[in-house]
Write a protein that binds this ligand. Structure first.
Ligand code: ZN
Length: 65
C-alpha cells in the first residue's frame, strides 16, 4: 500500500514475513496482493479475472504450468 499523498510505502499490517515463512516451509511465493480499493472492488464483483498488472502472475504461472 502506498500513501495517496506522497507514495511512501505503508505497512498497515506490519512488514511482511512472507519470505521468512515461505523459506521455512520451502514454498514458492505466488504473489502479493496490494491493498487497493480497485482490486477489492473487482474481487467483490466476482471479476478477479479483470485484475490488471502483476499481482497474480506468479500464481497464474504455477497453475498453468
Ligand atoms: Zn504521505
Amino acid at each position: 500500500m502506498a500513501c495517496p499523498c506522497c507514495g511512501e510505502k505503508l505497512y498497515p499490517y506490519g512488514k511482511s514475513k512472507l519470505e521468512e515463512v515461505a523459506s521455512k516451509y520451502s514454498l514458492p511465493i505466488l504473489g502479493r496482493l496490494p491493498i487497493d480499493g480497485k482490486l477489492s472492488g473487482l474481487v467483490d464483483d466476482g471479476k478477479i479475472e479483470e485484475v490488471e498488472g502483476e499481482p497474480l502472475d506468479g500464481a497464474i504461472t504455477v497453475i498453468t504450468a
